[in-house]
Design a protein around this ligand. Structure first.
Ligand code: SAM
Length: 275
């Protein structure tokens, strides 16, 4: 077993090729964390998804994850942020805190694993948030046994864990998601929770969705899978989705003082329990 992976998006460094973590940073307005190829990829996606408010959709995804971690950290001490992306330290357009900082505000003793396939995420993560209860590991979610190995190495699998899958399952095929969920189900103890957000094709113009998928592939060389509400619901299996079920990110514990969300096909999300 190894805790370093050489596969998955961004697994080797090439600034000339856009990668999901840095294109995402460009959309969040943390442009110092993106190279020209990533900014160009973001620009091409904006064109393909014209009118779909992609920057705002992504910022709402990040804000919803902050609210979810703040909520879950009231009761939980251990977190595995899988496909966690690069810490932005409040230098994004919304000035959002990184998720592990949100957890530490609630739980000074929290343990945090940031796992991502992208070497730039891992290096930045180790430099910016590593140490003091925070481990950062390079691994591919399509190797679920290795993911569980990393969780076992850095967290206590005998105690409950919050697994965060923010805006990452849409980079996996349905079979790959099921393999991951099944491995998580087997390793997580009762009382654990999985929180996921996911790009959706629900309520979106199918022609624009197809154009976005093609633009994503052309600029990153990787596939992305927008899914319907039913398909996103089914990804939680065998975990038990909490009430109120699958919701839009802007509907999840909305922030009464935050910016008014723009109408758009926002990502869908669920919290699912390991009974
Ligand atoms: C769109 S970003 C989302 C970041 C963060 N989870 C959030 O929602 O704010 C997706 C992240 O998932 C990572 N990722 C994509 N495919 C992956 C895979 N197969 N294994 C591990 N990480 C992956 C990317 O490198 C990127 O950092």
């Amino acid at each position: 077993m190894t805790t370093d992976s050489s596969s998955g998006p961004g697994s080797s460094f090439n600034p000339a090729i856009a990668v999901p973590s840095r294109t995402y940073a460009a959309f969040r307005g943390a442009s110092k964390d993106a190279f020209p190829a990533d900014r160009e990829a973001a620009s091409e996606l904006r064109k393909a998804l014209d009118g779909m408010q992609v920057d705002e959709v992504i910022r709402e995804n990040a804000a919803a994850l902050v609210r979810a971690v703040d909520f879950l950290a009231q009761e939980h001490l251990q977190f595995a942020d899988l496909g966690g992306g690069r810490p932005m330290q409040g230098l994004d357009q919304r000035k959002l805190p990184d998720l592990c900082q949100v957890a530490i505000q609630r739980q000074p003793e929290r343990r945090w694993l940031l796992l991502d396939s992208d070497i730039t995420v891992v290096i930045a993560g180790r430099a910016l948030i590593g140490g003091a209860g925070v481990a950062v590991v390079q691994e591919d979610l399509r190797s679920p046994a290795e993911v569980v190995y990393a969780m076992d190495e850095h967290l206590d699998l005998g105690k409950r864990i919050v697994v965060i899958l923010g805006a990452v399952l849409h980079f996996l095929t349905t079979e790959e998601v099921h393999a991951l969920m099944s491995e998580l189900w087997a390793c997580l103890t009762s009382g654990s929770v999985v929180a996921a957000t996911h790009l959706t094709s629900a309520d979106a113009d199918p022609a624009k969705v197809a154009a976005g998928v093609a633009a994503y592939q052309a600029n990153h060389g990787i596939d992305i899978y927008p899914r319907t509400r039913d398909e996103i619901t089914a990804l939680a299996d065998p975990f038990v989705i909490r009430d109120p079920g699958v919701v839009s990110t802007i509907e999840f514990k909305p922030d009464p003082v935050g910016p008014t969300p723009v109408p758009a096909p926002h990502f869908l999300m669920w919290l699912a329990d390991r009974p």
